[in-house]
Design a protein around this ligand. Structure first.
Ligand code: 4NP
Length: 159
């Protein structure tokens, strides 16, 4: 049994690829890489095919020693059926995802990433794109907190 997670932001070059790679890293560390499958997508088409933003990659390498893998793709309606849990980085992403759930059949699968944080009180993962390096470091810290919570949530359920 595999549990399929999809992380979603606007561009799929900063927050969601970082979340995907951090979750893969934590899953591996906890011996769960065979049972948790991660992917990421953007609600926009702006960066389709692009690798993760180099500033996000630098922060992940510096803070966690991991290399960000993947290429940007756009979120699509079929993702609602495909994945077990869909994690939106902010409320705009959340609304854009649910706008594709025209039958409201998959509403229960879509959550805000920060709902899984236990050490941070922010409700959204801030968009770091137009800011400085500190914003990217903050994203990494928030995502580690949320991914740890997510791992606990999944293991408590079934995996
Ligand atoms: P992301 O960051 O949604 O975390 O990948 C952004 C990337 C690109 C843009 C905005 C946010 N953009 O406007 O191009």
């Amino acid at each position: 049994m595999t549990y399929k997670l999809l992380f979603v932001c606007l561009g799929n070059i900063c927050r969601s690829p970082a979340a995907e790679n951090i979750m893969n890293h934590l899953s591996k560390e906890n011996g769960l890489s065979g049972s948790i499958v991660c992917d990421s997508a953007g609600t926009s088409s702006y960066h389709i095919g692009s690798p993760p933003d180099r500033r996000m990659s630098a922060a992940a390498a510096q803070k966690l020693g991991i290399q960000l893998q993947g290429r940007a793709r756009q979120f699509q309606k079929s993702d609602l059926q495909e994945f077990d849990l869909i994690l939106a980085m902010d409320k705009d992403n959340y609304a854009d995802i649910l706008a594709l759930d025209t039958s409201s059949k998959y509403h229960h699968k879509v959550k805000l990433m920060c709902d899984f944080c236990s050490r941070h009180t922010l409700k959204e993962v801030p968009d770091p794109y137009y800011g400085g390096a500190e914003g990217f470091n903050q994203v990494i810290e928030l995502l580690v907190d949320a991914c740890e919570g997510l791992l606990n949530h999944i293991t408590a359920q079934q995996v």
